[in-house]
Ligand binder design. Structure first.
Ligand code: NAD
Length: 464
């Protein structure tokens, strides 16, 4: 692994900084490779999950990656342009500007839940910023990791882009490498290890972590459209989405209506219940058992656990599927209210007034996303002003991720730094500030032996 890094760094140092044309060419090559391997990637993900809707892979992964590549390619000239900066009056004849220079070799560690999206958008961003890249995909999606590795090797040399496969031990070794930047997407727990490992070499990190993202519905705003949008974000990929609404905060007067609407919406989206074509399985037995454990504990402590939507007509069960489930009457100490759920379970808390909602959210680690359903009025403004989350969705869930011009990232326990669009380009570039001294420069005239000019200048500087 260290050898691969050395090869990439040597190749980086031996070549010119790539211009717009060369970077666009790399992005075009990546785009073409994705299209060529599209079917293989979809089959691989389906195999890794046991069952994953092909539409979900197309809509939530492949098309978002292509869109992101196109956006980066189109905006590159603007992103790469050097920026004139303000010059202090004492140096007025000089020039100040910032150039965005590639950092060198970027390390990317990816999770399993969107194995293509969360590998290839960081990769495309790193290439757009003119870097070389080493990628470590997740061991929980081995078939997809193999296809990604084959796909990237078919279009890039190992000195440009290379894939290292393996589990936590390999990840640990990878995160100790002296990259120029490391972008990690995964759990908050592993995020701690990553930051510690990176600190050995002072490697800057972007940490894209998880957490519990709340969805808040304003009193009186439980309706079909809003609930459909919540179901969309909650149940995509079987609930295994970092920005999925984790739990719902519903006004106590709206609870019964919400449960009714949620169940009806699930039935519309998944007409065959958990056997529906577009309902994705849980990634592995460990996660399946973890989710069942959350339900068992909640039941044992008096919560009401209700499977919603349709029951399948046949008695057949698909491997590792859990029916969409809502959980009410939950106490805050339960694991389902403490841990990130990452599955099709929706605990619901009721509230009486907005202050309770804000306090509830603020008493917990800062979420990756916060969703608010209601009018764009004072109440909405208050929620947004008084809470802090990585991103916010108003009358929507999840879709902010597909807005290329928005920074995507968490805050506090949900992450550090952001990527996508210009934020990603800049995270993987060095903003090199340059000053060119002009003919006249007051500071340059203030040389020892200091005298009258220095006295006059300092008197002016320190004036009241
Ligand atoms: P994970 O943290 O278990 O694993 C992520 C990656 O880290 C994998 O490639 C894994 O092999 C590697 N890894 C594991 N232990 C390591 C170690 N000690 N040192 C270095 N690398 C190590 O996460 P996961 O289960 O793959 O993914 C689910 C988590 O990711 C959830 O918490 C979810 O919210 C989060 N996530 C966040 C985003 C985001 O964009 N913020 C997106 C998707 C998922």
């Amino acid at each position: 692994m260290a050898d691969l890094l050395t090869r990439q760094r040597d190749a980086f140092l031996a070549s010119e900084i790539p211009g717009v044309g060369q970077r666009r060419e790399k992005l075009a090559v990546l785009r073409a490779a994705i299209l060529a391997f599209k079917t293989e990637l979809k089959d691989a993900i389906n195999q890794d999950f046991g069952h994953r809707s092909r539409y979900e892979t197309d809509i939530f992964e492949l098309s978002v990656v292509l869109q992101s590549i196109d956006y980066l390619s189109r905006r590159l000239p603007r992103f790469m342009k050097s920026e004139r900066r303000h010059v202090h009056w004492t140096s007025k004849s000089g020039q100040a500007y910032v150039e965005y220079q590639p950092l060198g070799v970027i390390g990317i560690i990816a999770p399993w839940n969107y194995p293509v999206l969360l590998t290839l958008i960081p990769l495309a961003t790193a290439l757009a910023a003119g870097n070389r890249v080493m990628v470590k995909p997740s061991e929980l999606t081995p078939v997809t990791s193999e296809v990604l590795s084959k796909m990237l090797a078919s279009v890039f040399s190992p000195e440009e882009v290379t894939v290292v496969q393996g589990g936590p031990e390999v990840g640990a070794e990878f995160s100790h490498l002296a990259f120029d930047h490391l972008l990690f997407t995964g759990s908050t727990q592993v995020g701690h290890h990553i930051m510690r490992a990176a600190s050995d070499n002072l490697v800057p990190v972007t940490l894209e972590l998880g957490g519990k993202s709340p969805v808040i519905i304003s009193k009186g705003h439980v309706n079909q459209q809003n609930v459909d949008r919540i179901v969309f974000g909650k149940l995509a990929n079987g609930g295994q989405t970092c920005v999925a609404p984790d739990y719902a905060l519903i006004h106590e007067d709206d609870l019964a209506e919400f449960i009714k609407q949620y169940s009806a919406s699930v039935a519309r989206s998944y007409p065959d219940g958990p056997l529906s074509r577009d309902y994705t399985s849980i990634i592995n037995e460990r996660h399946y058992q973890r989710l069942m454990g959350l339900l068992e504990q909640a039941r044992g402590h008096g919560a009401t656990v209700t499977e919603v939507g349709r029951q399948p007509e046949s008695a057949a069960r698909r491997l590792r599927t859990i029916a969409p489930t809502i959980v009410t009457g939950v106490s805050d100490e339960l694991d389902i209210m403490q841990q990130e759920i990452f599955g099709p379970l929706l605990p619901i808390k009721t509230y009486r007034n907005l202050d309770e909602v804000i306090q509830f959210v603020n008493a917990r680690p800062r979420p990756l996303a916060l969703y608010y359903f209601g009018n764009r009025d004072n109440e909405c403004d208050t929620v947004l002003r008084r809470t802090t989350s990585g991103n916010v969705g108003i009358n929507t869930t999840v879709l902010h991720v597909a807005q290329d011009d928005l920074p995507f990232g968490g805050v506090g326990a949900s992450g550090m730094g952001a990527y996508h669009g210009i934020e990603g380009f800049r995270a993987m570039s060095h903003a090199k500030g340059t000053f060119v001294q002009g003919r006249y420069s007051l500071p340059a005239m203030l040389r020892a032996p200091f005298g009258k000019l220095a006295d006059m200048t300092l008197a002016y500087m320190f004036r009241r």
